[in-house]
Design a protein around this ligand. Structure first.
Ligand SMILES: NC(=O)c1ccc[n+]([C@@H]2O[C@H](COP(=O)([O-])OP(=O)(O)OC[C@H]3O[C@@H](n4cnc5c(N)ncnc54)[C@H](O)[C@@H]3O)[C@@H](O)[C@H]2O)c1
Ligand SMILES: [Zn+2]
Length: 385
């Protein structure tokens, strides 16, 4: 697979036909792109999980049809995961599939949703029931676009980014926790809670460079996993760490009318997955961090902050894996305690199975960088957690 993650917008001048489909929340950024004159047409969509449906996909398809888009078209999707999922799906079915490219505008989409080619929409309240896997032509990772992102959304992206590092690299994970937990105490966050990254325009640019670096690393790790397992028949499934719980939590939240974002559910889900791993004896609690493949051979653990106490007073090596993860995610401003009883999650997992007869697949974390898959009947959670 050729390199698809870009740090700058590629020249569109050689493109015969470009169309911009964008999230209305990033109107100003879209206007800047459109002023370049490369696009034949554009469509703004009001984005929400409820509107992530075939109706919206058909709106995009009709727009392309009315604009006279041919099979040479390139659809550029500008927005968070909701928008890129829908626009990517529309492009993938319009005239049996035209090319699309992503400019993800949420942190979550930059490190996760915008990469990997999973596109799709919800059906009758069931998440991502319709869709295809089709790779984007390219993905432009532009941290500047995050400057208007609400803090809560930003933190959701932090949850997915930490999850990705947990799958692969203890040093990066520790680095990211230090960076994002440090941000919580910075002025950029406390002065205006609705605008995350005043720091993006900081004079030194150090903040931006660091953020760009972490986004790039997470995106590359995900892309690498996807390259090795395009259709999620094996390794790619580990990206679902925490997600069996997260989806149950989201399902339950939807049922009760609670407001829980996907990234927040992922934070809770990763902690629950670690608890389950421990309960099943998967966690090697004897310093799992230092045994992680990528941490081996690095200098002292303190070089990547692993031996220092977390802000919650848990020192690594003395607490359980789940306890340490909970402390880290909480320090980054994420909720880590699932508000629902395990029995509710078990019910939600049954509802989510939709006719599948075997048990439910869980990704367990033995240590940073090492996961294991287990298919379990949800009821065992009642005994184990
Ligand atoms: N395809 C995949 O592999 C994949 C992976 C993970 C999640 N997803 C999907 O992604 C969706 C969630 O995506 P998300 O977390 O990016 O959220 P989102 O796309 O729903 O965006 C969150 C909110 O932020 C707004 N927004 C987006 N960018 C902004 C910006 N720069 N400034 C201000 N506001 C902005 C949006 O309008 C929306 O209100 C879910 O539907 C999920 O199923 C897909
Ligand atoms: Zn996710």
């Amino acid at each position: 697979m050729e390199k698809r993650l870009l740090q700058t917008l590629p020249s569109l001048s050689g493109e015969p036909e470009c169309y911009l489909v964008y999230d209305a929340a990033v109107e100003a950024f879209a206007a800047r792109l459109l002023s370049g004159g490369a696009f034949r047409g554009s469509l703004a969509l009001e984005v929400s999980e409820q509107a992530k449906t075939m109706d919206s996909v058909l709106t995009v398809c009709r727009f392309l049809l009315e604009a006279g888009a041919t099979r040479k078209a390139l659809v550029v999707a500008l927005g968070g995961g909701t928008l890129t999922d829908m626009a990517g799906f529309a492009a993938s079915i319009y005239k049996r599939g035209v090319r699309y490219a992503n400019i993800p505008t949420t942190l979550l989409a930059q490190v996760d949703a915008g990469i990997g080619g999973k596109t799709g929409v919800n059906l009758d309240g069931y998440k991502n029931m319709l869709g295809v896997i089709r790779q984007p032509e390219w993905v432009w990772l532009c941290p500047e676009v995050l400057s208007t992102l609400p803090l809560r959304e930003f933190r959701c992206g932090v949850a997915e980014l930490l999850k990705t590092f947990l799958l692969s690299d203890a040093a990066l994970y520790a680095d990211a926790v230090r960076f994002f937990s440090g941000l919580s105490s910075k002025k950029a966050f406390s002065e205006d809670k609705s605008m995350v990254l005043a720091g993006l325009s900081s004079k030194t640019g150090v903040f931006e460079d660091r953020l760009r670096d972490l986004i790039g690393r997470a995106a590359e790790i995900k892309e690498g996993i996807v390259e090795r397992d395009l259709y999620e028949t094996g390794e790619r499934r580990k990206l679902n760490l925490g997600h069996t719980f997260a989806h149950a939590i989201e399902h339950e939240a939807l049922r009760r009318g609670d407001d829980i974002r996907h990234g927040e559910a992922v934070a809770m889900g990763v902690v629950l997955a670690a608890r389950l791993s421990e309960a099943l004896g998967e966690d090697s609690t004897d310093k799992p961090w230092n045994d992680a493949p990528s941490a081996r051979g690095l200098s002292a653990p303190s070089a990547h902050g692993l031996s220092t106490p977390s802000p919650h007073g848990l020192s690594v090596g003395s607490a359980s894996l789940a306890g340490r993860l909970a402390a880290d995610f909480a320090a980054c401003g994420l909720p880590v305690d699932c508000p629902y009883p395990i029995a509710s999650l078990v019910d939600a997992m049954h509802r989510d199975k939709k006719g599948e007869t075997e048990g439910v697949r869980f990704i367990l974390l033995r240590r940073v960088g090492e996961t294991e898959e287990r298919v379990l009947q949800p009821e065992v959670l009642l005994e184990l957690l």
